[in-house]
Design a protein around this ligand. Structure first.
Ligand code: NAD
Length: 264
């Protein structure tokens, strides 16, 4: 097979099932010739990820819970042992207690704030540090964010704060690793129905609002995110780092609902 990812090896973190954004990205990368390794969070998800990995020709599966730093270390030890190097990583990991993904942001607890930040934001920095050691010929790192980082989206609450910090991390990591030829970017995806997405209260209403009011009048799919990720993970974007790239049917540029929405 030939393709723009031919000869490149990468780690995908965050496939839970075939609705996951990380799965859309994996399919696009594999179709262009990339060789992939996958992490999974716990045995139950492992059973779902294994056949998906096989679909894209991978038998390289590693357990990883980012709250357990020893499991993160073990992932990179095993990649070093089997591949010796790494060309790209995809961090598509997010979590917050769904009891706090509704109502007032002001009610966020200290425990959930800390846990949300560690899993959804700081894990990217910890993973980037380990991945960079294996990116001996340069590389590309990608994480996933959402417009709730800079705008107030109902119920997104502490996740919005974590995404703001994640986007800042992208810029700092891009500056840290740029001299080593390692690029760090994020895709800010529009709302998509996934396991994580379903944890946000009124997710359906938010998705439908985006669909009706985005310039393209549609929701984005995991395949739309996948094809955009190809650009950021391949040499096509060799001059791009520290970017937050929107894949949201254009919703982020709007300042008010469409006139059709207002008159309906
Ligand atoms: P998903 O539920 O399919 O993926 C979330 C992943 O995070 C799962 O694979 C889960 O196992 C993993 N995860 C959670 N806690 C973890 C931990 N402690 N250790 C290791 N892995 C852990 O949902 P998704 O929507 O595909 O989410 C992927 C990313 O995309 C997240 O960062 C999410 O915030 C972001 N995002 C989602 C949307 C959307 O509307 N779905 C929009 C923009 C950004």
């Amino acid at each position: 097979m030939t393709g723009i990812m031919q000869g490149k090896r990468g780690l995908i973190m965050g496939v839970a099932n075939n609705h996951s954004i990380a799965w859309g990205i994996s399919k696009a990368l594999a179709a262009e010739g990339a060789e992939l390794a996958f992490t999974f969070q716990g045995e139950a998800l492992g059973k779902r990820v294994k056949p998906l990995a096989a679909e894209v020709g991978s038998d390289f599966l590693l357990p990883c819970d980012v709250e357990d730093i020893a499991s993160v270390d073990s992932v990179f030890d095993q990649i070093k042992e089997r591949w010796g190097r790494l060309d790209f990583i995809v961090h598509a990991i997010g979590f917050s207690d769904k009891a706090e993904l509704k109502g007032l942001y002001a009610n966020t607890t200290r425990d959930n704030f800390t846990r949300t930040m560690v899993i959804s934001c700081f894990s990217f920095t910890e993973i980037a540090k380990r991945a960079a050691e294996l990116m001996v010929e340069g590389g590309s790192m990608l994480t996933l964010t959402y417009n709730g980082s800079t705008r107030v989206i109902p119920n997104y609450n502490v996740m919005g704060v974590a995404k703001a910090a994640l986007e800042a991390s992208v810029r700092y990591l891009a500056a840290d690793y740029g001299p080593r030829g390692i690029r760090v970017n994020a895709i800010s995806a529009g709302p998509i129905r996934t396991l994580a997405g379903a944890g946000i209260s009124d997710a359906r209403a938010i998705l439908s609002w985006n669909q009706r009011n985005a310039p393209l009048r549609k929701s984005v799919t995991i395949d739309n995110v996948g094809s955009s990720s190809l650009y950021l993970l391949s040499d096509l974007s060799a001059g791009v780092t520290g970017e937050i790239h929107f894949v949201d049917a254009g919703y982020n540029i709007t300042s008010m609902p469409t006139l059709e929405t207002l008159s309906s």
